[in-house]
Design a protein around this ligand. Structure first.
Ligand SMILES: O=C(O)[C@H](CS(=O)(=O)O)OP(=O)(O)O
Ligand SMILES: [Mg+2]
Length: 232
């Protein structure tokens, strides 16, 4: 199988996703939240683009989650922290979420035959799943507001490292992500804590989120998009 990397939603039009497994990556923090929630017993997570769509689902009984500029909206039940998603009271509940980057990347992946969610929290499960794939793979980094980011690129490199024996990758995008991961000495937290995201949102006291989202293999789940909702 061939594997490639798209570094931001602004570049996704350059890829044909119609025959690929797409791995949506938003380590800080949307896809880490999705893995933590679904790995802790949440029934489903529906990603939506706008606050209004989230509120409409809220009126139907969904738990409303997400952020704007990194902060929870006052009318929402949850923000965009993995700790919010691991609350015991959420077991069996349906969540609707809207975030700046992660839910946008998910929307842009909707034409792919398989869309899965990746984060360091489920790295091994994602690599195991992809190692059995018959399709080509696109690692789709949500980035930040259309720009490249470190944390998602690093995770793309970790997946490439896990698949290096069976996957071919020849694009410079994939080679760069692979060597980025090699160069960091397999300590995601070292790099991620120096990311623009960590600095930008430090005023919101999210250092515990950054540390948690840098952990590997806390959950053995691979969330998949089915009929517009993420389930395991
Ligand atoms: O809440 C987050 O961590 C970010 C906010 S921001 O765009 O980086 O300010 O959203 P996400 O969609 O999870 O990247
Ligand atoms: Mg992000």
């Amino acid at each position: 199988m061939n594997i490639d990397v798209c570094y931001t939603p602004e570049l996704i039009h350059q890829f044909d996703v119609s025959d690929k497994t797409v791995v949506v990556i938003d380590v800080l923090r949307a896809t880490s939240c999705m893995v933590a929630g679904l790995g802790s017993g949440v029934a489903s997570i529906t990603p939506v683009a706008s606050v209004e769509e989230c509120e409409a689902l809220g009126a139907q009984g969904y738990v409303m989650a997400g952020e704007r500029n990194g902060e929870k909206l006052p009318q929402f039940h949850l923000g965009n922290s993995p700790f919010d998603y691991m609350e015991k009271s959420l077991k069996g509940q349906k969540i609707a979420t809207t975030t700046t980057n992660g839910t946008r990347a998910l929307y842009l992946s909707k034409d792919a035959p398989e869309v899965i969610i990746g984060a360091f929290l489920n790295l091994k499960a994602v690599v195991n799943h992809l190692s059995k794939s018959k399709r080509d793979i696109l690692l789709f980094c949500a980035g930040w507001k259309g720009k490249y980011n470190l944390e998602d690129s690093l995770f793309a490199g970790a997946v490439l490292d896990g698949l290096k024996k069976q996957a071919e990758f020849d694009s410079d995008a994939a080679t760069a992500a692979f060597y980025l991961y090699q160069s960091m000495g397999k300590d995601p937290y070292y790099f991620i804590s120096r990311s623009n995201h960590a600095k930008r949102l430090s005023k919101f006291g999210i250092l515990k989120d950054i540390e948690y989202c840098s952990r590997c293999n806390e959950f053995d789940v691979v969330p998949k998009l089915k009929n517009g909702e993420l389930v395991v």
